[in-house]
Design a protein around this ligand. Structure first.
Ligand SMILES: [Zn+2]
Length: 686
């Protein structure tokens, strides 16, 4: 028990006498929150649809700048010129044979929802679609995953020149286009099946919160072996008219899709799927529409698809507000959420933006009370996330060296107030702090804490490992900054024109209590990171999590190679790390209680702490893309969204290549030994 006690106290990173002040500061922070602000910001941010590069998105940017300025933050805009599709362009979809029927490509206007008739709403589209015109037969490809196309091939179904129709889900939509194109398809239609969101789940909008027949999921198709602007891997896409010239790839050399792709609702999909007459689908491929799904449309059914979607250089802007640290201004605690949306973006992303704007106001007031943070707190609003996590990635590439030296943590709050159920994922060293911070926050709709709401019936909350899909990618997987992503979620009309303030008010959080709740969580976690004498990372979590992950990895390898001896060098390195983490944790606690702890020693220890996660940054990077530098975590390169822990090994497993496992044992052992040595260095008296 004594050990647990040690660990918990050192984890907080505070000198005993400072801890009382911290609790008082947190209490003051909570009291300074104006609970009206979240709703005011949300309404203002979601007045108009605000796609990256649009006029209305510029208005959102102006509002963010103005709000953070008035809150007293130091505000800076970071412009970039991104090669992307700015708007849907022209697109048509219709059945031409046996009977002509144009299909709906936009959400219905609803009497109950005045937002739905906004004349600046666009039709459904997939950014980075190819352009082209095709009239062809159709093939149903389930989720259009790698394994789905393999199945079609096994069944001897010819896809070349056909239009593939596939449902959303199972992978990142860009891979649907990639695999369809690779299989020879001439076009792709992606729809939301009612079994995944729609009447199968519950009442559809406007009666209920689920997708209706005309609700369309928009989204980017960008799939590269790096993240960010397609023409500038590793480099920031600084404006074309800047003095500093960035070397850009030629657009024709970028890995962009060429087939036309459109998304539709299940109303339109039903018209096509319902007229197909080929073979019955394999098990697991049937969706929720009221007929048996078939693989081929047959020669009597012809569909016309046209997309003309130009790509061009588009100016986008990140906005960053800084509350300068009073003691350690060069150590940065960073929070962020993107600002661009596919439509009004009430849940995604603006609920996160509104929360961060209110947080910046509360922090501003805290500074006026003389209780500003000791480290700097940076609040980032990223542009063009929806087109492929672009704004944040360009900023990380621009600030790479500074971030490596200064960033303590990155906390992502993409659409962070999209419902009433809390959840979070994190890198190992921040997990304990995430849990502890959630314990400090009251959950508004019962007597429990946010932690209890999160935990549900389990003994402890399920804290996930961080995957892909949002703005933490660059920070965590390219530079090695400990990161977390969290917030409250629920049912939403994801990426559709119905994600409006009206929908939010009706179905997400009619009482508007969750904005303040998540702000408290984000505020407490940031203030602990910013004020602790020693950065409150949980060092013991590294060996504990690594042990688990390597156990699982060895099991997976043995399924393919039963005589596999295991990652022997890595196992030894993890044992060494366990000891080092244990000793360092005790030592840091002792140092905190030692009145002779000097300020230069504090700086030294914190520099060492910031350097820890960089042990996982490997210059050679991943075999599926060397921009991905972290050998600890990555997004899954075959699906885009899922989290890959130990991605070096996961990739070898995915491609069934056993000969490189030895190399990975060496690379992991080296990284883990390096991490252990850094911890041991902290244990020596400075
Ligand atoms: Zn988002």
């Amino acid at each position: 028990m004594i050990f647990i006690c040690f660990s918990a106290t050192a984890q907080t990173g505070f000198i005993k006498s400072d801890w009382k002040n911290q609790l008082a500061t947190e209490k003051l922070f909570n009291n300074l929150i104006d609970d009206e602000r979240f709703k005011i910001h949300l309404k203002e941010l979601t007045k108009k649809p605000h796609v990256a590069g649009s006029k209305f998105n510029d208005d959102v940017i102006d509002y963010i700048v103005k709000t953070m300025n008035s809150a007293g933050l130091d505000v800076k805009k970071y412009p970039y010129d991104i090669y992307m599709s700015k708007a849907p362009g022209e697109s048509y979809l219709e059945i031409v044979e046996p009977k002509r029927k144009p299909l709906s490509m936009k959400e219905d206007v609803l009497e109950e929802d005045p937002y739905s008739s906004d004349k600046d709403l666009w039709k459904g589209w997939n950014a980075y679609s190819g352009s082209g015109v095709v009239t062809a037969e159709v093939i149903y490809a389930n989720f259009a995953r790698k394994e789905d196309f393999e199945k079609l091939q096994d069944l001897g179904i010819d896809i070349s020149g056909k239009i593939v129709i596939a449902r959303y889900g199972g992978n990142f939509r860009g891979y649907k286009a990639k695999f369809a194109e690779a299989a020879g398809a001439a076009g792709l239609i992606i729809y939301t099946d009612p079994i995944d969101s729609g009447y199968f789940k519950g009442l559809a909008y406007p009666e209920g919160p689920y997708y209706s027949e005309s609700t369309i999921q928009r989204g980017s198709l960008l799939t590269e072996d790096f993240t960010g602007d397609p023409l500038t891997p590793y480099e920031p896409a600084l404006p074309l008219d800047y003095k500093i010239k960035i070397k850009r790839k030629k657009p024709e050399d970028a890995q962009l899709h060429s087939i036309p792709v459109v998304p539709v609702g299940y109303g339109a999909a039903k018209e096509i799927l319902g007229q197909m007459n080929g073979d019955v689908v394999p098990e697991g491929w049937q969706g929720g529409l009221p007929f048996t799904y078939r693989l081929q449309g047959g020669s009597a059914l012809k569909v016309f698809l046209e997309v003309n979607q130009p790509r061009e250089f588009v100016r986008v802007h990140n906005v960053i507000g800084t509350v300068k640290g009073s003691v350690y201004p060069d150590e940065w605690v960073i929070l962020g959420c993107h600002l661009d949306a596919w439509g009004f973006g009430a849940t995604d992303p603006s609920s996160g933006t509104a929360m961060l704007l209110s947080l910046s106001e509360t922090l501003g007031k805290l500074v006026l009370e003389g209780k500003g943070p000791k480290r700097s707190i940076l609040i980032g609003h990223w542009d063009a996330e929806e087109h492929g996590v672009i704004g944040s990635t360009e900023w990380v590439e621009q600030m790479r060296d500074e971030l490596k030296a200064k960033a303590v943590a990155y906390m992502n709050f993409d659409g962070a107030v999209s419902g009433k159920q809390f959840g979070a994922s994190s890198s190992p060293s921040l997990k304990e702090l995430v849990l502890e911070s959630a314990k400090e926050v009251d959950y508004p709709y019962s007597e429990m804490s946010l932690y209890d709401n999160w935990k549900g019936n389990k003994e402890t909350p399920l804290i996930g490992n961080l995957g892909g899909g949002s703005d933490h990618i660059g920070f965590y997987m390219h530079v090695g900054i400990p990161s977390m992503s969290g917030g409250a979620g629920g049912t939403t009309v994801y990426h559709s024109n119905y994600d409006s303030f009206r929908y939010y008010e009706r179905f997400v959080d009619p009482e508007f209590q969750m904005g303040e709740t998540i702000e408290k969580f984000a505020g407490i976690m940031s203030l602990r990171l910013a004020n602790a004498t020693l950065i409150p990372y949980d060092l013991n979590r590294y060996p504990n999590d690594l042990k688990q992950h390597f156990g699982k990895a060895e099991e997976k390898v043995r399924k393919l190679k039963p005589d596999f001896k295991g990652f022997e060098k890595t196992r030894l390195a993890i044992d060494y790390l366990s000891n080092a983490a244990n000793t360092a944790t005790k030592n840091l606690l002792n140092r905190l209680n030692d009145i002779s702890l000097t300020s230069s020693e504090i700086r030294f220890l914190n520099r060492q702490l910031i350097a820890l996660e960089k042990s996982f940054i490997d210059q050679k990077g991943m075999y599926y893309g060397d921009w991905f530098k972290s050998i600890y975590a990555s997004s899954d390169p075959f699906s885009g969204y899922a989290s890959w822990i130990l991605p070096g090994i996961e990739y070898e497993l995915a491609i069934k290549r056993m000969k490189k496992l030895k190399e990975w044992d060496n690379r992991y052992a080296k990284a883990i030994t390096d991490l252990a040595q850094k911890m041991s260095k902290m244990s020596k008296k400075y």
